[in-house]
Design a protein around this ligand. Structure first.
Ligand SMILES: [Zn+2]
Length: 206
């Protein structure tokens, strides 16, 4: 977890922000392992750079997936997979290159990370599965993006980052999105734009 984002996170319990107290090990500008305490004394744990914001005092051993996931969405049939991947990877590139602001990724991050182009942007990945977050860390390392990546274990997180972009990938896309938010969908939605369509399969953006 990059230090510079710690005090932009709102405590999940009291929504207090700033003045997080740290008792932790640091590597460069990153917090590796330790406790982060909000101004109202709620304690959150960072384990090997995963900021665990889903449960207070969560200092259990690291959690990994038994097998890495492909990240390929089950909603898209294998027979159109190659075609979908071309459209998806093209969209990821365009989206990532459209801004320099921090990018918050929620939903299904694995495929997005695999197709991430070279970038200087900071990435904050939020997911309730620590196993998936560990896999994301590995992908980031292999792409030499590790120093730009922060991972948070949670369903969602509120930040004080006015200009950050937030993208919801395939899962958990809210009904309404603000101007800095994008949702990627694999089902038809009247309020979204078609990015790709073949047979009965569709990839949309809203
Ligand atoms: Zn708090």
């Amino acid at each position: 977890m990059l230090m510079k984002y710690i005090d932009t996170v709102l405590c999940p319990i009291c929504k207090a922000s700033r003045l997080w107290k740290l008792d932790a090990d640091f590597t460069d500008e990153r917090i590796a392992t330790g406790t982060v305490t909000c101004q109202n004394d709620h304690n959150w744990y960072v384990q090997e750079e995963v900021f665990r914001l889903d449960r207070e005092n969560s200092d259990e051993e690291m959690i990994f997936l038994d097998h890495p996931i492909t990240g390929f969405p089950p909603q898209i049939d294998e027979k159109v997979r190659g075609d979908f991947m071309i459209a998806f990877s093209r969209y990821v590139r365009e989206y990532v290159e459209s801004s320099e602001e921090p990018l918050i990724i929620i939903g299904s991050p694995v495929l997005f990370m695999k197709y991430l182009p070279e970038t200087n942007r900071d990435l904050i990945i939020i997911n309730s599965s620590e196993g998936i977050l560990r896999q994301v860390q590995e992908i980031a390392s292999s792409k030499r993006l590790y120093k730009q990546v922060s991972v948070i274990r949670a369903e969602n997180v509120e930040f004080l980052l006015a200009n950050a972009q937030r993208i919801y990938i395939f899962d958990g896309v809210p009904e309404t999105l603000d101007k800095n938010e994008t949702g990627l969908l694999l089902h038809r939605d009247a309020s979204a734009d078609v990015l790709w369509e073949k047979d009965n399969y569709i990839f949309m953006k809203k």
